[in-house]
Design a protein around this ligand. Structure first.
Ligand SMILES: [Zn+2]
Length: 741
């Protein structure tokens, strides 16, 4: 599920900003939040509650937001707003978030909001206006309300519920209403639609799909299955069927069919022949209607596996088991969404569960019921977040806590404190590889000393598809793939490689099922010293390798050579491993001339460039406007060069030596995996690549991560976002941060 959906922080964040701006005391904020929680019926916005309690007036709130966030404070009453500007923001978005578009100049839209901390609002506005740059300004709540009424029509004021707050309480009370809706099934489901939905669900069950995606496009509706991690289009439904189709699925999942503007979650169950699955359904409003994702949790296959079954080899398994046997500490599993981090967590848990220890999990969603474990389902609508849940759980003093995901600083710090005070904490982190976990935590604001006193083990994980047992056969290594992996044909024993042409059994894919590829990093004393010294990610990685870490790519290579996956899968799913390439080069040098000193190579790119020259960013996108926007945003401190085509881009990587490449994920006629590999091949040193895409869902992010991207930027992007991502990536590069602060 998209972590931003129903992000809980919005209301809370507003309060924190006001406390920081000395408008409220902590005690007043607590009281306001408590009062807000006790609201019956329509829940008021925090700003409303604060003014009602008399803690501050609207102008004070708006001014504080303006000061604290560095945003302009606008008097909407005295501002003329052009019709073209108003037209750019759809009415429903303006009403929903209480947003007033104020100016539009050079494709930069300025929007006034009463609560500019509402991230959801900004995302929606970007999505709806398709504008790369949206700036925010602050206005008082009543100014915004009045302007929305004046410009977009009077109905907005009616319930007052149109403002930022995504009325958190509603989901809770929906239970009874849902029952009623189920009674009305007969009204909505025409037989053909029922049959269509049955066919879509049934086919998905049969074809081992893990998710079904129903995606309204401008002219039709696309239906795709995710099988072994990859999306495949199965059918296209005519546009007129869209409404009934989506309603039917929402009814089956206990969702509110009259609500089409807010994301919703639901669940249900499907059964066909002997096959059966629980479903987790989420809806997301888009420009073309509601997108629905149905996740299938199969009864028979989705059991918790053992550490060996998830694919950890003997050596790695021992390291993991040692860390699990410790009475306290933090164990993190890293990887992109969909890399099955949770399965590994379950596997880890399963190996330590005993009747005499108390194991509690906090999950979103609870995927499997585990015997002997107290499982808690996150429910952000009622304020049960990872952070608040963890706090509550710790009061009950469990021995082992599993936190589904660490995605905010608060959860991170509580998890760390818990793991230093007699609890074993297991969690996941969304990073590209295991060593990056440390920099991600530091980026979240966690102090390095906290990391070293809690973190005991980091496991990086990817899933690679397994060759089909029915049709796979021994194959030769493809020279191009080997080259992209940085290997010479003579260097490996390729006799165990297998690949399938595809058959009926594997739906013509040549693959059946998936296996985990891992890298396991034990946090040694030496690593701890580096973390405290705020060493670069590269330095951490080198030390991890020196300490025995085998990269996911190396693990994948070993598995491919044993027929457990293919070299193409390893190239596709694992991040590049310069050590793999370096070892390869060293070995080939040794074959021709005499062996070079083994450790001469690591000196590599660390020789710093003169830091005076600004970092160079290459933008590779067939859309010129993107390059122009990027150039404008990065005008201070960067040199931006652009290429519109792949060949041109590759030439420029070789000739211009950019420090970073920003590339469109969907350049026509290119496969992102190969493109990223070729870009990096053309570079003279390790090249960070930020991937951009117009679709920002978790699957696109997965594709980017699977292609080996250093980071992901959704298009259209905001200025701050682009600058932030670029700076973050470049700061981790050794050439630029010679002496870390
Ligand atoms: Zn097959």
């Amino acid at each position: 599920m998209d972590p931003r959906v129903g992000a809980p922080g919005g209301r809370r964040r507003l309060g924190e900003v006001l406390v920081a701006g000395n408008v409220l005391s902590e005690a007043q904020l607590d009281e306001a939040l408590r009062t807000q929680r006790e609201d019956k019926g329509r829940r008021r916005r925090l700003g409303e509650v604060i003014t009602a309690l008399g803690f501050a007036d609207e102008v004070q709130i708006a001014r504080a937001l303006s000061d604290q966030l560095g945003l302009p404070f606008l008097d909407l009453g005295s501002m003329p707003i052009a019709d073209e500007t108003l037209a750019i923001l759809p009415r429903n978005v303006a009403l929903r978030h209480g947003a007033v578009p104020v100016t539009l100049a050079h494709d930069v839209l300025t929007v006034a909001l009463a609560d500019p901390t509402n991230v959801l609002a900004l995302d929606d506005i970007r999505l709806a206006t398709k504008l790369a740059s949206v700036r925010t300004a602050v206005a008082t709540a009543s100014d915004v309300q009045e302007a929305v009424n004046r410009y977009y029509g009077g109905t907005a004021a009616g319930g007052g519920d149109t403002f930022g707050a995504l009325a958190d309480v509603e989901g809770l009370e929906a239970g009874e209403e849902r029952e009623e809706e189920l009674e009305q099934v007969g009204d909505v489901d025409d037989a053909p639609v029922v049959r269509l939905v049955n066919a879509i669900m049934g086919e998905a069950l049969h074809s081992r799909a893990s998710d079904i995606h129903i995606e309204p496009q401008e002219r039709d509706v696309r239906v795709r299955y995710r099988i072994d991690g990859l999306l495949r289009e199965v059918t296209v439904v005519p546009k007129p069927i869209q409404g009934p189709l989506i309603s039917r699925i929402k009814i089956l999942s206990g969702m509110d069919i009259s609500e089409r503007r807010k994301p919703q979650d639901g669940r249900g169950r499907i059964k066909l022949d002997r096959l059966e699955a629980d479903t987790r359904v989420s809806s997301m409003p888009t420009m073309n209607g509601e997108t629905i994702v149905i996740r299938l949790l199969r009864k028979e296959t989705e059991k918790a596996k053992t550490l060996a079954e998830v694919g950890l080899d003997e050596r790695d398994r021992q390291v993991v088991e040692r860390a699990l046997a410790e009475p306290q500490g933090l164990i993190l599993i890293t990887g992109p969404t969909g890399s099955s981090k949770t399965s590994s967590l379950y596997a880890g848990l399963a190996s330590v569960i005993r009747p005499d220890i108390n194991v509690v999990t906090l999950e979103d969603p609870v995927e499997y019921q585990m015997r002997g474990v107290n499982q808690v389902q996150i429910n952000e609508r009622v304020g049960l977040t990872f952070a608040s849940g963890l706090r509550t759980i710790l009061r009950q003093d469990p021995d082992i806590v599993m936190v589904g995901e660490i995605r905010d600083p608060e959860t991170a710090s509580i998890a760390m404190q818990a793991s230093m005070t007699g609890h074993l904490v297991l969690s996941t982190l969304h990073t590209n590889d295991a060593p990056a976990a440390v920099s991600r935590l530091i980026d979240m604001g966690v102090e390095p000393f906290l990391i070293t006193s809690s973190l005991t083990l980091v496991v990086g994980q990817r899933l690679a598809r397994v060759p089909c047992s029915k049709c796979s056969e021994p194959v030769e290594a493809d020279p191009r793939t080997l080259e992209l992996l940085g290997l010479d044909p003579g260097q490996i024993d390729a006799s165990g490689l297998r690949k399938g042409p595809g058959c009926g059994f594997c739906a013509q894919t040549g693959y059946q099922g998936r296996i985990g590829l891992f890298e396991v990093v034990r946090v040694t004393r030496k690593l701890q010293e580096l973390i405290v010294a705020r060493a670069t990610e590269v330095a951490l990685k080198e030390e991890a390798v020196a300490g025995g870490m085998r990269s996911m790519r190396a693990d994948g290579l070993a598995k491919a050579l044993a027929g457990g996956t293919t070299l193409e899968e390893v190239l596709r799913v694992t991040p590049p491993d310069p050590d793999l390439a370096r070892r390869a080069r060293r070995a080939s040098r040794a074959a021709t001339a005499d062996a070079a000193p083994a450790d001469a190579a690591p000196a590599q790119a660390q020789v710093a460039q003169p830091p005076k020259t600004p970092p160079k960013v290459l933008v590779l996108d067939d859309d010129h406007a993107i390059a122009e926007v990027a150039a404008a945003v990065l005008v201070d401190g960067y040199e931006v060069v652009a290429a519109g085509q792949v060949d041109e881009g590759l030439r420029m990587v070789a000739s211009e030596h950019p420090d970073l490449v920003l590339v469109d994920l969907d350049l026509p006629g290119t496969d992102p995996v190969q493109l990223l590999a070729r870009l990096r091949e053309a570079a003279t040193r390790e090249l960070p690549v930020l991937v951009m895409s117009a679709s920002d869902d978790r699957h696109t992010r997965d594709r980017a991560a699977a292609a080996g991207a250093t980071g992901f930027i959704p298009k259209p992007f905001g200025e701050a976002q682009l600058r932030g991502e670029v700076a973050a990536v470049l700061q981790r590069r050794p050439a630029l941060v010679d002496h870390p602060a």
